[in-house]
Every structure is written in C-alpha cells, then in structure tokens.
Unconditional design. Structure first.
Length: 393
C-alpha cells in the first residue's frame, strides 16, 4: 500500500462554457450525474443568458462543497456535460493513469468514512452553507494498493453494485406504482377533476411546523433525533442514523408520531426526501430546521398526505416558490399553507393507506435483501479503506 495526497492524484478542472446545444446540462447528486430535465430544472430562474457553467468529463470526481455533508459526491459516468459553477470537478492527472483505477479511487472518496474525515475542514457559520473547499479536499491522504489489485477489487465491487442497483430498481417501481395508484384514485387534486366536495388549503387541514409547546412536555425525556441523512428519497427513515437524546436544545424542528417530514432545502427537496415519522421514542422527535413538519388533522391521513407531497407535480410547484440564495434555496412554509386542493373523504384516504401498507410489506422484503448486499459491500469497503483487503478472482 502506498499513501498519496489527493493533490498529487487529482487536478481541479476549471473549464467553463455558456449554455448552448454543444453540452448537455446536468445536475449532481450522491447517486450520480443525470440530465436536468429528468428531475427538476431550475433554468427558468436563471436570467443571465451568458452565465458560465463548469464543464465536467467522463471519470471526473465531482462534488458539491455545501452538500458533501449529504453525500453529494460521485464519479462522472455520464460523459462530457456542463453543470453549476458551484460544483467541483477533479480529473485524474495524466501521469497517474497507469497507477490509479479511478473507479477504485471513487469508492474511497464516496465512502462514509472518507466524507466524515474531510468534513473536519468544513468552513462557514450557517450549517446549510458549511462547505469543504477544493484545497482542503486535495490535502487529504489515501492509501492505494498496486493497479492490478485495484482492478480486481473494482471488478468485485461492480458486481455487488449491479445487484444492489437491481433491488433499487424494483423498489422504485413499487414507489411509482403507489404514486400512479394515488393519481388513479384521486385524480388531479389541484383542479379537483374528480369533484371532491371539500376544496381547501393545506394550512386549514394541517398544523404546519408545530411549536415545541404544542407537544407534551419533553423536559428530561428521551426523544428521537432524526438528521437529514436518515431520511431517504423513498419515504424511509434509517433508524441506524437516528439516536436518542434528552438534552433538547432550541432552534430545532419538533414533530410527533405520524407527522409528515418534508425536506425544504435544495437538493434534498428536489431529490424527494421526506417521510412519515414513525417509531419515535415516547412518540416525539426532533431534527434540524431543514424539515418542514406537516401535522394532519382528522380529515387527513398521514400516508395519503406524504404521498401527495412526494408527487413530482407538488415538488415542481414547490420549487417555483423557492426563496434564498442560489446555493441554498428553500421552500417557504407559506407555499404549503396556501396549497389548495380537493380533499377526498377520509375513508377513501384510509383505503389508499391500506394499499400502501401492503406494498410496504413487499418493499420491506426487498430492502432486507438489498441490505444484505450493502453489508457485504460495507465489509469490502472497510477492508479497502484499512488496506487489508485481499481478493481472489
């Protein structure tokens, strides 16, 4: 194993271009790079037609300095494209191409272990804007075996990744079925094409961002802390990322069992983060102010409400109402408060919730099978990071 400083391996690619038909416009997430038009495109917010975008190329290591805390770092397997100039994109130095398998290096740099180490160099006073600059990133060290060993390990990890991706595809299909079932049962709620008798604002049928005082006393009581990274894009809360705490501080978002959590900041909102709060210690939880909390009243089912907020139509409209700086836009609570829709009878909402619960049982089995391979990958990654991995092909 040989130790390298990343600055001796990677070079900050600082090439820019205006938006035109030459390069596709993409965005960045921890899952990878994808076309802007596949999710939510904010180009309508950009007034400067001559704005400069950063060019990234195949096999670059790319990350978002302010969202590294959320795991937004990946290998460019998309190809040559342009994205926001706030992103950092590194290319492998020419003289290192015979020594480094970039895929192997990307496994290290996208690991939770590495991200936690590099986050020690975050700068900034506001949590949402705390960022790791490229200079500090490149000063990090990594240990690498010889190229032949790297190639063997990459082959194994690629096979495991392929299986994990298949499970993720099946899970996404289940989520898409739930959303299509929602539209089939309830129609377009914004225009109320199924003519539901009740047509009202969410602010009138929900309690929005309830205050700490609206919960029972939480002094000297253990409650669940749920950080943003514990909430997934498919409505799950990773309990391994949560913890119990009784030293409750001010400046947090508080919620109760069955409240709906809605990620209000970019890119978490765009990526679909959200969930129904479940399995909370003493029925109470808290997290950072990156969440809006939507507490349904008696006429609203929590699962029905969460599904509504996960629809692309809801999130696209939410995106159009975002405020704040380019790096950290957020959805104002007044958007949710004033969102007016047809409200189906609670009995029909409950029927839909039962359908979701049955599908969730199927998803649970898939999640468990997927987790087995994730655990296998974690074990291999731990060996990789400690330099103790030994492979046989």
């Amino acid at each position: 194993m040989k130790a390298y400083k990343l600055k001796d391996i990677l070079l900050d690619r600082k090439i820019y271009a205006t938006k035109d038909d030459i390069y596709p416009h993409v965005t960045l997430s921890k899952e990878g790079i994808y076309d802007k038009n596949e999710r939510y495109d904010r180009d309508f917010l950009v007034k400067d037609k001559d704005k400069k975008y950063k060019i990234t190329k195949i096999n670059d290591i790319c990350y978002n300095p302010a969202n590294l805390k959320f795991g937004v770092i990946c290998l460019n397997e998309y190809g040559t494209a342009i994205f926001s100039p706030i992103y950092i994109t590194f290319e492998l130095r020419e003289e290192m191409k015979e020594k480094i398998n970039i895929k192997y290096l990307s496994y290290i740099l996208t690991s939770k272990n590495f991200i936690e180490k590099v986050r020690k160099y975050e700068q900034g006073t506001v949590y949402e804007r705390m960022a790791v600059g490229p200079k500090d990133f490149l000063n990090m060290k990594v240990k690498l075996p010889n190229k032949e060993e790297q190639d063997k390990i990459v082959k194994i990890l690629k096979n495991v990744d392929c299986i994990i991706n298949q499970y993720e595809k099946l899970l996404k299909e289940k989520d898409e079925f739930i959303r299509s079932q929602f539209v089939e049962m309830f129609g377009d709620l914004k225009i109320n094409d199924k003519h539901w008798e009740k047509f009202d604002k969410l602010g009138n049928v929900c309690i929005l961002n309830p205050k700490k005082s609206e919960l029972i006393s939480i002094d000297n009581m253990e409650i669940s802390f749920i950080p943003m990274q514990a909430v997934s894009e498919n409505g799950n809360i990773d309990l391994s990322e949560t913890k119990l705490i009784n030293d409750v501080k001010t400046g947090f978002t508080y919620f109760a069992e069955n409240d709906v959590l809605f990620a209000k900041i970019t890119p978490c909102m765009e990526n679909g983060k959200g969930a129904v709060a479940k399995n909370l210690k003493n029925g109470i939880g808290f997290g950072s102010t990156e969440f809006h909390v939507i507490r349904p009243k008696k006429v609203i089912n929590s699962i029905w409400l969460y599904t509504l907020t996960s629809l692309s139509s809801f999130r696209i409209e939410a995106q159009m109402h975002m405020t704040g700086s380019a790096g950290q836009k957020r959805v104002p609570i007044k958007f949710i408060d004033g969102y007016k829709i047809g409200i189906p009878p609670i009995e029909l909402q409950n029927q839909f919730a039962e359908i979701v619960k049955q599908i969730d049982k199927q998803k649970l089995l898939l999640e468990q099978q997927k987790q087995n391979y994730i655990n296998l990958k974690k074990g291999l990654m731990q060996q990789l990071l400690t330099g103790k991995v030994r492979v046989k092909i």
